[in-house]
Design a protein around this ligand. Structure first.
Ligand SMILES: [Mg+2]
Length: 307
């Protein structure tokens, strides 16, 4: 099967609108005048970001979900994505699984596949997402203010625990595996935070490092409490045994949002919490001195380093 047949068979989905069909040299994207484009790209490589035995369905899900998470961090609405797929061989079963999950996640978040590329080589998936956000209103890393309250969504460390167990040859429990393979991008939460949160980031490399990006960009510090970090029962049990706080602080792969909210907007946050049914936990405050202080931590953790 040649490249064109492969695209036609597995990736030429009829979009909801006629402005996003695959087939031209470029995709032409239209946006409304009062919107800005938000765009981001992420690559997943076999053996680096997922183990070789990972199912095609899980690879497809995660490749798109981690990109959607970047849109969520800006409060953007997903619109379009492109896909560059490098495959070691033509494998019909793999491609069927991959394209079917990719399509169902794309449908769920109403994002259209508008172009891409396929090549032969070591398995790697690059997805570029584009979303829209009202002009001048995107959530930025640089907007945290002294006195803001810092929140995170849901729980931290579950995906990192799953990854650690996989590497140790242990089968993770289903809830941990779900967090690792099929993280839920917090798109609705990001959109709801527009006009409520000051700064926001998605936690991909660990809370310590990603909150650090907000602090650096905003030229502020933060004081957070270890005991306030939201944890699943599995993480609580793990910490009781090991006291290894590096997993929730620096494990990465959480794809939760970490954001700062001015005191005056906290009541609006309560409404968002009820409306979306999402767990939002206060973990600390933004401070003036440009440091991250973690009360209760007796050692520093090494966050995920890309190189
Ligand atoms: Mg990010």
């Amino acid at each position: 099967m040649n490249e064109f047949d492969l695209i036609e068979q597995y990736f030429n989905w009829q979009g909801d609108d006629d402005k996003s069909a695959i087939g031209d040299d470029c995709a032409l994207l239209s946006i409304e005048a009062n919107q800005q484009l938000a765009t981001s790209v992420d690559t997943l490589i076999e053996g680096v970001h997922f183990p070789p035995e990972t199912a095609a369905a899980d690879i497809a899900y995660k490749a798109l979900a981690v990109n959607l998470s970047d849109l969520a961090a800006m409060g953007a609405t997903p619109q379009y994505f492109t896909l560059a797929l490098t495959l070691p061989e033509f494998n019909r079963h793999w491609l069927e699984q991959f394209s079917s999950v990719l399509k169902s996640l794309a449908d769920e978040y109403r994002i259209n596949l508008v172009g891409g590329d396929t090549t032969k080589g070591k398995l790697s998936i690059t997805i570029n997402v584009t979303g829209t956000v009202p002009k001048g209103r995107a959530l930025l890393r640089s907007a945290a203010k002294v006195g803001d309250v810092i929140f995170v969504s849901n729980t931290l460390g579950d995906a990192a625990l799953a990854w650690q167990q996989i590497q140790q040859g242990i089968n993770p429990s289903q809830p941990l595996l779900t967090q690792f393979n099929t993280p839920n991008p917090q798109i609705q939460l990001g959109q709801a935070l527009l006009g409520v949160a000051n700064a926001c980031i998605d936690i991909s490399d660990g809370l310590e490092q990603d909150l650090g990006h907000i602090l650096h960009a905003s030229k502020v510090g933060a004081s957070i409490n270890l005991s306030d970090i939201p944890l699943s029962q599995a993480l609580i049990a793990y910490l009781k045994k090991t006291n290894d706080w590096c997993l929730p602080l620096a494990g990465g792969d959480d794809y939760q949002l970490c954001f700062s909210v001015p005191e005056a907007c906290i009541s609006r946050l309560q409404a968002i919490k009820r409306q979306l049914g999402v767990r939002l936990t206060k973990i600390g405050i933004i401070t003036q001195n440009q440091q991250l202080k973690i009360a209760g931590l007796d050692k520093t953790c090494q966050s995920y380093r890309h190189f």
